[in-house]
Design a binder for this molecule. Structure first.
Ligand code: NAD
Length: 494
């Protein structure tokens, strides 16, 4: 049970000006510090350091030196396991403090953030700690006069660039497999959500991670992110964020050392409800959270509701009741269901999407407006738009806000056609009582993840990755180790 008093005490603590973490030392950035605005009240919370190109180069060089030194990269997997377990312990010990700190600069409601951020990060470090001394190489099926061995080696220096919506969770999805496999890392958090990851770096040092193995550079993507992505010391880039930046990273790779680039990008995920869904009330309740939690700022959000025409009106009514009952408020109040929109720019974009949808002929059923403006923070009422046609911008573009587009369908083929009528392919869901239809839909809808009779919840045991323009490569599960390891063949004549 969350204790409001404890949360209030943590939120009252001033946040000191932040520094960069390079080669195991906290250092000032060579560029002027940047204000961090809290979405809770629109006020300046603290400052983060702004790295210059020379700071980024030093961080990458420190990571390279640490990697070549071998204290971590050549440590036995069982040794890395111990350190990562300690990091998981420390993350758990600090879970509430880390979560509150993160919410103060990103705005996610605490009920969700505690599980999805610190809780999930601790679990992720523990999972890869446990996995890494159980991953074996291969012996090739050769003839008796030769021995073919396939080793898995760490890649070297990983550049990790993450967004603001779940910094700890997404950060851990990349840091844990990268570190477990023996790589060094230079991490660049989003400029508007760096605080919890900077604290995590401190905990990693306390856990015993050798100097230079994890470095954190903060500041704008266009300068700090670009310098990191162009750096010749970086061997692999693991990115989560928007498609536009993903495209740039591929260019930076081509312009520098052809480093590999793994992209986890956006989505416009279809949530498909058939009339034979086992429990329409449950479907409506879960679908509401599938789009509105964290104010819709979830990459896998079910932002397109495709619903059987025969139940359209009834289902929209049920969903609207749930949407209107959600308590949108201060993300640090335990009674809040949905917290703040991350920034004023994001909020303005969300509101503009509602206007555009209306001008294209969609109908606003509920929401669509800014609320709680008197707090100075950025809040938006959960919004449902019906009559959204596949060619409308609201059906095609990612809003990354609390705006649901509803489109009816007449049969299974049309549902599949609508579901796939997007450049994205990240996630989706199908609600049906027919096992055969469920399997057919999982196979026919082009996404990385399909839920059946639920939305959200896949844990660390399964991969998350996009197809089409939602990206390449996978976070989570043993498959994430593929990004951070090279296969090396030893061909030995006997
Ligand atoms: P963003 O692309 O604007 O920023 C992501 C990161 O890239 C930030 O750290 C930013 O500073 C950095 N960046 C910006 N410009 C850069 C440049 N030129 N070079 C290098 N780095 C640069 O995304 P955002 O607004 O922080 O996050 C929202 C997006 O992330 C949405 O599209 C969302 O769908 C996506 N996302 C995807 C997943 C997933 O798992 N597929 C998860 C969460 C979020």
């Amino acid at each position: 049970m969350l204790d409001q008093g404890e949360i209030d005490a943590l939120r009252a603590a001033p946040v000191p000006a932040q520094k960069l973490f390079i080669g195991g030392k906290w250092v000032a950035g060579s560029q002027p510090p940047i204000d961090v605005i809290s979405p809770i009240d629109g006020k300046v919370l603290t400052t983060i350091a702004q790295a210059g190109a020379e700071d980024v180069a030093r961080a990458c060089a420190a990571a390279r030196t640490a990697f070549e030194g071998g204290a971590w990269s050549r440590m036995a997997p069982a040794g890395r396991k111990k350190v990562l377990h300690r990091l998981a312990d420390l993350t758990e010990r600090e879970a509430l403090a880390l979560t509150v700190l993160g919410i103060r600069d990103n705005g996610t409601e605490i009920g969700m953030a505690l599980k999805a951020e610190a809780g999930s990060a601790a679990g992720t470090f523990r999972w890869y700690a446990e996995a890494i001394d159980k991953v074996y190489g291969e012996i090739a099926p050769t003839g008796g006069d030769v021995l073919g061995l396939v080793h898995r080696e760490p890649v070297g220096v990983a550049g990790v660039i993450v967004p603001w919506n779940f910094p700890l969770m997404i950060g851990a999805w990349k840091l844990a497999p990268a570190l477990a496999a023996g790589n060094s890392v230079v991490l660049k958090p989003a400029e508007s959500a760096s605080l919890s990851l900077l604290r995590l770096a401190e905990l990693a040092a306390e856990a015993g991670l050798p100097e230079g193995v994890l470095n954190v550079v903060t500041g704008p993507g266009a300068s700090v992110g670009e310098a990191l992505a162009l750096d010749m010391n970086v061997d692999v880039l693991a990115f989560t964020g928007s498609g536009g930046v993903g495209r740039r990273l591929l260019e930076y790779s081509a312009r520098s050392n052809l480093k590999r680039v793994y992209l986890e990008l956006g989505g416009k995920s279809p949530n498909i409800v058939f009339a034979d869904a086992p429990d329409l009330e449950e479907a409506a309740k879960v679908s509401a959270m599938g789009i509105f939690r964290n104010s819709g700022q979830v990459c896998v959000a079910g932002s397109r509701l495709l619903v059987d025409r025969s139940i359209h009106d009834d289902f929209v009514d049920r969903l609207t009741s749930y949407a209107e009952a959600l308590r949108v408020g201060d993300p640090l109040e335990v009674t809040t269901d949905v917290g703040a929109v991350h920034s004023l720019r994001q909020l303005e974009g969300d509101l503009q999407f509602v206007e555009i949808a209306e001008s294209e002929g969609a109908t606003r059923v509920t929401g669509g407006q800014r609320i709680r403006q008197e707090t100075g923070g950025y809040y938006m009422a959960p919004t449902i738009m019906t009559g959204v046609a596949p060619e409308h911008r609201l059906a095609r573009e990612e809003v990354f806000g609390p705006v649901l587009a509803v489109t009816p369908f007449d049969d299974e083929d049309e549902a599949v056609r609508l579901a796939n009528a997007t450049e994205f392919g990240l996630a989706g869901a199908v609600w049906t009582g027919s096992l055969s239809r469920a399997h057919r839909m999982v196979a026919r809808v082009k996404t990385g993840v399909m839920h059946v009779n639920t939305y959200g919840g896949p844990d660390i045991t399964v991969p998350l990755g996009g197809v089409k323009q939602s990206g390449n490569g996978h976070d989570k599960s043993l498959h994430a180790l593929d990004k951070f390891t090279d296969l090396k063949t030893a061909w030995i004549k006997l």
